[in-house]
Ligand binder design. Structure first.
Ligand code: FES
Length: 334
């Protein structure tokens, strides 16, 4: 039987289905609660049960000592309700509330999805999860002290593996390494999450998502998150690339269009002769379809020139400046 949970002091409410943890249900409802390991081991999800009864689940003694149990504390990543509950918890209100972590990770899978695009999936240690907002990025900490930043392409709810889309930059040491030397099971170090490119969930405006090349990565994370939490706002995706190969997850975007009603417009700047779709610059395709952008919210990720042109031209076509979000660097190493 589902139980109702009310959070204090926010007053947010959500329902927890049988068998689900309180943390899972909150995240599914689009409520950002803090967490670390999702496994009862770190204590990051600790909260106080003000009324009602919970099953504490697999909470480990080190993370939730006996005295805290007596005081009504629970670890929300493993606690399940036995009745309706009121819980006092500090919700994640801004990106600054999410702790930045340095973690080892293992390359779980390397998938070359285009000549110059590699999808890397990273596995964290068993008792670690990276809390982040869809669209944020992480940095690799390299042995020579340098850092390389890549956007997270998975949504936070699907965090068994962290997904990155890496474009090969000719002469770029790290990306050359990814394409020529990196192997599955390699161990790397990452730090994150970073960045303020994430979905503003407190708006009702239709959402424009504009990706250039591997700028698709954080846009994918935003879309998968929005679908997971059931956002009802209309969404339109424009994905620009040089050629068809650059639309390296075209089938996924077409599936969103078919099954989830996300309008999808691929735009090629150097199409082959039998391309029947849109051509030219991706942000200009948006403007051709929407000469008045005053009602929209826009999320743009791609090369710096594309993001700058989009910001200039979208605002000139009525998009309020505060409704434009871009991460100009997240498509490639900073
Ligand atoms: S104890 Fe680590 S997230 Fe719950």
């Amino acid at each position: 039987m589902a139980h109702q949970v009310t959070l204090q002091p926010s007053g947010h409410t959500f329902s927890v289905a049988d068998g689900a943890t309180i943390l899972e249900a909150a995240l599914d409802a689009g409520i950002h609660l803090p967490y670390g390991c999702k496994n009862g081991a770190c204590g990051a999800c600790k909260a106080k049960v003000l009324s009602g009864e919970v099953d504490l689940g697999i909470a480990q003694e080190s993370a939730l000592p006996a005295a805290e149990r007596v005081a009504g504390m629970a670890l929300l990543c493993c606690a399940t309700p036995r009745s309706d509950l009121v819980i006092e918890v500090h919700e994640v209100a801004t990106v600054g509330d999410i702790p930045v972590k340095t973690l080892p990770c293992r390359v779980q899978k390397l998938e070359r999805v285009a000549d110059d695009v590699m999808v890397i999936r990273l596995k964290l240690p068993t008792n670690e999860r990276l809390q982040f907002l869809a669209g944020q990025y992480i940095e690799f900490l390299l042995p020579d002290g340098k850092r390389r930043a890549f956007s997270l392409a998975n949504a936070p709810h699907a965090d068994d593996l962290l997904e990155l889309h890496v474009r090969r930059i000719p002469g770029g040491n790290f990306t050359e390494h990814v394409f020529t030397k990196m192997k599955e099971k390699d161990i790397l170090r990452i730090e994150g999450p970073f960045g303020s490119f994430f979905l503003r969930e407190d708006s009702a405006k239709p959402i424009l998502l504009v990706a250039g090349g591997t700028g698709f990565a954080p846009i994918k994370g935003l879309i998968e998150h929005a679908l997971h939490i059931g956002i009802r706002r209309p969404m339109q995706l424009y994905w620009g690339a040089k050629d068809r190969a650059g639309l390296y997850m075209n089938a996924l975007a077409e599936r969103w269009a078919r099954e989830n009603g996300i309008a999808y417009t691929p735009v090629l700047s150097e199409p082959d002769a039998d391309w029947r779709g849109r051509t030219g610059l991706v942000h200009q395709a948006v403007l051709a379809d929407h000469p008045d952008l005053s009602a929209f919210q826009a999320y743009v990720c791609g090369a710096p020139a594309m993001c700058e042109a989009a910001q200039r031209d979208f605002t000139a076509h009525g998009l309020p400046a505060e409704e434009f979000f871009a991460d100009v660097f997240s498509y490639a190493p900073k």
